[in-house]
Design a protein around this ligand. Structure first.
Ligand SMILES: C[S@@+](CC[C@H](N)C(=O)[O-])C[C@H]1O[C@@H](n2cnc3c(N)ncnc32)[C@H](O)[C@@H]1O
Length: 319
C-alpha cells in the first residue's frame, strides 16, 4: 500500500453514526504527521459547470479508465469505500458505483482530483483537529494534527471550505449524505450564531487584508495611521481563526499578520508571525513557491530588524 507514515499513529474502526472512522493510536501534538498517502487514482477534472460542479458522468468515465488498470487488491480496497448516492442516480441505466465512491472520498490535489483510500476513512468536522496539504513534489497528501489529540480520540478533517455559515456548510455536505453534528454545527443557537458571524467576519477580513498586503510603508501620517489599523485588524484576525480553530487558514493569517506588523516596523511581532507561517508552509512542501516567498519574507524581516537594532545601538554610542 501507498502509506509510508508510521502505521501505529492511527487505527481505523467504527465510529458510532458515521461508519468507519480514524482514531489516534498515540497522543499527537500539533504538527504531528498522521498520514502521508499517494493517490491510487488521480484524474484531471473536466471543466466546472457554473453552479453544478463537475459533470459526474464525465468524471466517472475518467475514473473507470484508471480503475481498470489497477491491481485487483487496489480495486477491492476502492470498492470497499463508503458511497452515497440518491435512488434517482441508482436507477439510471449507466449507474456506476465508482462515481459516488469517488465523489464521497476524493480530494482536490493541485489541479487534479485524487483518491486516497486510507485518508478516505477520516470523517468530517467543521471544527477539525487536523489539516492537510497536497505536496505536488512528493505526489502525496499529508494530514497533520492542528491541536493536541489524545489516544483514542477520533481524527477529523474538513471536506469543505470552513469560512461559511452552518447552513451554507450543510448545503455543501449534502452530497456526502450526512448531517453534520460537530461542535460548531450542534452548538446551541447562540453559540452557533456567534460562530457563523465570526466565520463570515474572518472571510471578509482576509479579503480586505489580502487586498492591502501589497502596500509599502508610506511616509505620510494618514497612511501610517491606516497601517496601524490594518496591523491591529491582522492581530484580531489571528485571534479569531485560532479561537474558531479553523486551522486551514492559520498559515495565510500568520503571513498577513507578519506583513502588517512589518509595515508598522514592529519587527518582533512580524518575525514571530513570519516564522509561524513559514513553519506551516515548510511542513507542506519545502519547495513550493509559497514556502519560498515566506522564507524570503522571514529573512527580510529579520535582516531589517537586525539592521535597525544595530543602527539604534550605534546612535546611542554617538550621542
Ligand atoms: C470520506 S468517507 C469517511 C469514512 C466513512 N465514514 C467510511 O465508513 O468509510 C465520507 C462518509 O463518511 C460519513 N461521514 C463523514 N463525516 C461524518 C460526520 N461528521 N457525521 C456523520 N457521517 C459522516 C458520511 O457517510 C460520508 O459520506
Amino acid at each position: 500500500f501507498s502509506v509510508s507514515g508510521p502505521p501505529e499513529v492511527y487505527t481505523v474502526r467504527s465510529s458510532p453514526g458515521k461508519g468507519f472512522g480514524v482514531f489516534a493510536a498515540v497522543a499527537l501534538e500539533p504538527g504531528s504527521i498522521i498520514m502521508r498517502e499517494t493517490p491510487v487514482i488521480k484524474i484531471t477534472p473536466p471543466p466546472l459547470h457554473e453552479g453544478f460542479g463537475h459533470a459526474m458522468r464525465e468524471v466517472g468515465v475518467l475514473v473507470r479508465e484508471v480503475f481498470e488498470t489497477l491491481p485487483k487488491d487496489s480495486q477491492a480496497e476502492i470498492m470497499s469505500l463508503h458511497a452515497y448516492s440518491t435512488t434517482t442516480e441508482q436507477e439510471r441505466p449507466d449507474y456506476d458505483e465508482l462515481v459516488p465512491i469517488f465523489r464521497c472520498n476524493a480530494y482536490y490535489s493541485g489541479n487534479e482530483i485524487g483518491l486516497f483510500p486510507k485518508i478516505a476513512r477520516i470523517n468530517h468536522s467543521c471544527r477539525p483537529n487536523t489539516s492537510y496539504f497536497w505536496n505536488e513534489q512528493l505526489n502525496r497528501r499529508i494530514v497533520y494534527a492542528t491541536r493536541p489529540i489524545g489516544v483514542g480520540e477520533e481524527i477529523f478533517v474538513s471536506y469543505i471550505p470552513l469560512l461559511q455559515t452552518s447552513t451554507e456548510r450543510q448545503k455543501r455536505l449534502d452530497q456526502y449524505g450526512f448531517k453534520c453534528t460537530c461542535a460548531a454545527c450542534a452548538a446551541d443557537t447562540h453559540s452557533q450564531k456567534s460562530s457563523d458571524r465570526r466565520r463570515v467576519e474572518i472571510r471578509q477580513s482576509i479579503n480586505i487584508l489580502e487586498e492591502h498586503s501589497a502596500i509599502d510603508v508610506p511616509g505620510i501620517v494618514a497612511g501610517k495611521r491606516k497601517l496601524q489599523i490594518l496591523a491591529s485588524e491582522s492581530r484580531q484576525l489571528v485571534d479569531a481563526v485560532e479561537e474558531e480553530e479553523v486551522a486551514d487558514y492559520y498559515s495565510q493569517c500568520y503571513r498577513l499578520a507578519a506583513i502588517f506588523h512589518a509595515n508598522i516596523q514592529d519587527w518582533e511581532a512580524a518575525s514571530m508571525w513570519a516564522r509561524k507561517s513559514y513553519h506551516l508552509k515548510m511542513m507542506a512542501d519545502a519547495t513550493s513557491p509559497g514556502t519560498k516567498e515566506m522564507e524570503l519574507l522571514t529573512t527580510l524581516i529579520l535582516a531589517t530588524w537586525e539592521k535597525e537594532v544595530k543602527e539604534n545601538a550605534t546612535s546611542q554610542v554617538w550621542h
